[in-house]
Design a protein around this ligand. Structure first.
Ligand code: GTP
Ligand code: SPV
Ligand code: MN
Length: 597
């Protein structure tokens, strides 16, 4: 053991879990580079990890083909009463779920090592941070957690000092009998997978999956599902948001927090290289924001994570050069393709397709194959501190003051490039009606779905209460509240191509937002909010046809009228629980569209 654990609650929990899961060995993690190197070397020797010749200190993993993304149908929130989790979460009674899962955990770590990972979400000592310990039987998870969270003895010292910690239990759910040969990616079949949250006692039990948010418990489980419930109780916010600092040509700083659903552009916007000269962007976080009202009355945000678990496909020097530089070394790749010269590859990378590669399932692949070489949800894990665009204040324990909130989704029609909310309440309505088309980030997502505030799969309590919490935060922040905007980078033309070039060009929408705050940019009042006209946007140096710009900025009341019944249907599931203020916003939109209220 690299350190002494004197905290009674921690020792008792570890003893209980050891007895239940019956691991062969225990390993207390210290978070050092030596530990990381040792575990990686073991995984290479076992044939689980492939060292990449072209990419220093980087490794490729291939998951089991059944274990490639979050599974929302197997994600549960357990409480005493169903109403507290609302209609959009899978509810299970706490005692019932514990009984089911205790039976699954019995002996589940046989033949494996049980790792204990003390970690902090946020800088140790920040008033916004939280401590936790994850138990896992996956060394892949340990190495990823090293990058994604702050792991180490500092956390143990704080826990020994009596600071509270959150219990996060994880097993891949694949015990090894004596003499049984292991597989490269152990996991359990879908019906045995459980990603469970107990917000009433602040704990997480995950079983059966080794992938992403199912297994790296600091991410969605703690960072959002538990944290959102705690934030609601304590009067702060835990959001599925990137955080960035925008610096205008005069050196004025604006801090932006933006919520887009999974695989809808957060990492890309967080690392944007502005196409307009004179503007600079620094990255603070790419997925989760924890925000508290500070002494100055403004909302201050920290990134509770320490790394990026980003979508690989589509990442290129053209789309995201900062990211390509970041992942050149020291990166874990999962479900990418392997080239013959020992590099990773995925669809959407710069240059020609490789003539031959090994695909994410480990089979020979060439460009004639119909199936993609990398899985659609292939990911990279890379440390934030190594990001070339990281903000010098990214670990500031006080966080950064947020000026702008952005919501958005992937909509090939209907929604204009950028809209400004009339006021906070209208902004809450824009957030509550975020809708998006399916992506590969989640296994069981079909058709356009409402994903309010991009947090629907990650909200640990009743979404109707969440809406109310947003109104309450606005009441608390008053004139210091962030200005709210809505964006859609994904509108398509009749021929199916993107109308907007996206990526570095998205700065033009951000510039409009800053100029709106300064009272310098114009806008047209439409039924859905303020929308810029072509003259209001800085489009210098962009070659785009007038017709495309008009289509991008168009708001067609007839098309919007057709959205109303869908919104009503979505809201109706909350019944009387839906805040009256949200209902009022919908009624006001209807009357602006000349519909009967
Ligand atoms: P999660 O990690 O799942 O939360 O995803 P994310 O919201 O961080 O999405 P990410 O930035 O990884 O983008 C997902 C996919 O959308 C990638 O394939 C990107 O290349 C693509 N994408 C991101 N921004 C844009 C854009 O401005 N325009 C277009 N057309 N595609 C984009
Ligand atoms: C998401 O799906 O929003 C992700 C990936 O960021 S995961 O960590 O798997 O949740
Ligand atoms: Mn995400």
């Amino acid at each position: 053991m690299p350190y002494q654990v004197t905290n009674k609650k921690l020792n008792e929990w570890v003893n209980d879990i050891t007895e239940l899961c019956q691991p062969e060995k225990l390993h207390w993690c210290d978070g050092t580079q030596d530990e990381y190197n040792l575990l990686m070397a073991q995984m290479v020797a076992e044939g689980r990890a492939i060292p990449l010749k072209k990419c220093p200190n980087s490794f490729l993993f291939r998951s089991d083909p059944s274990d490639v993304a979050r599974v929302e149908s197997r994600t549960f929130i357990a409480t005493k009463n169903r109403e507290s989790v609302g209609p959009t979460n899978n509810w299970v009674d706490t005692d019932e779920l514990k009984q089911t899962m205790t039976a699954l955990y019995a002996g589940c770590m046989k033949g494996r090592t049980m790792y204990l990972i003390p970690f902090s979400m946020g800088p140790v000592g920040s008033p916004i941070s939280k401590l936790a310990v994850q138990i896992t039987d996956s060394s892949y998870v340990v190495c990823n957690m090293h990058i994604m969270a702050r792991v180490g003895t500092e956390v143990v010292a704080a826990i020994n000092n009596g600071e509270d910690f959150i219990e996060c239990l994880h097993s891949v759910g694949a015990p090894l009998q004596k003499g049984q040969k292991d597989v490269p990616w152990p996991c359990a079949p879908i019906e045995k997978k459980y990603i469970s949250h107990f917000p009433e006692e602040n704990s997480i039990w995950s079983f059966g999956s080794g992938y992403g948010g199912n297994a790296l418990l600091g991410k969605k489980c703690l960072g959002l599902r538990l944290a959102s419930a705690i934030a609601k109780r304590e009067g702060w916010m835990a959001e599925h948001m990137l955080i960035l600092r925008l610096i205008n040509p005069q050196g004025k700083k604006y801090h932006v927090a933006a919520a887009f659903p999974s695989a809808c552009g957060k990492t890309n916007l967080a690392m944007i290289q502005p196409a307009v000269p004179g503007w600079k962007v620094e990255c603070i976080g790419d997925d989760i924001a924890w925000m508290k009202v500070a002494q100055d009355g403004k909302l201050h945000a920290i990134n509770p994570e320490a790394g990026f678990f980003g979508v690989a496909p589509g990442t290129s020097y053209k789309s995201n050069p900062v990211c390509m530089e970041l992942i050149k070394e020291g990166t874990i790749f999962t479900n990418c393709a392997l080239t013959d010269d020992g590099d990773v590859w995925w669809e959407g990378m710069d240059g020609e397709k490789p003539l031959h590669a090994i695909d994410w399932k480990g089979n020979n692949w060439n460009p004639a194959h119909k199936e993609p070489a990398a899985h659609g949800n292939a990911r990279f894990t890379a440390a934030a501190k190594r990001c070339p665009a990281i903000c010098p204040d990214w670990e500031n324990p006080q966080g950064v003051p947020i000026d702008i909130f952005i919501f958005g989704g992937r909509r090939s029609a209907v929604v204009p490039l950028v809209t400004e909310a009339f006021n906070w309440d209208h902004g809450v309505f824009l957030g509550a009606t975020v809708a998006s088309e399916p992506t590969a980030a989640v296994l069981d997502n079909v058709g356009i779905r409402y994903d309010p505030f991009a947090i629907l799969p990650f909200c640990g309590y009743n979404m109707a209460d969440y809406f109310q919490h947003q109104f309450d935060m606005g009441d608390k922040l008053k004139s210091k509240a962030p200005r709210i905007f809505y964006v859609n980078w994904f509108r398509k033309s009749q021929d199916g191509g993107w109308l907007w070039p996206g990526f570095g060009e998205n700065i033009r929408a951000l510039i409009w937002m800053c100029e709106r705050i300064e009272g310098r940019a114009g806008a047209k009042q439409t039924p859905i909010g303020y929308v810029p006209e072509e003259k209001d946007l800085d489009l210098t140096g962009l070659s785009i046809t007038q017709a495309k710009i008009s289509e991008l900025l168009s708001v067609d009341p007839e098309v919007w009228k057709a959205e109303i019944p869908k919104m009503e249907k979505f809201f109706s599931q909350f019944g009387d629980h839906l805040p009256a203020r949200l209902r009022k916003q919908l009624d006001e939109l209807k009357s602006r569209l000349s519909l009967n209220v």
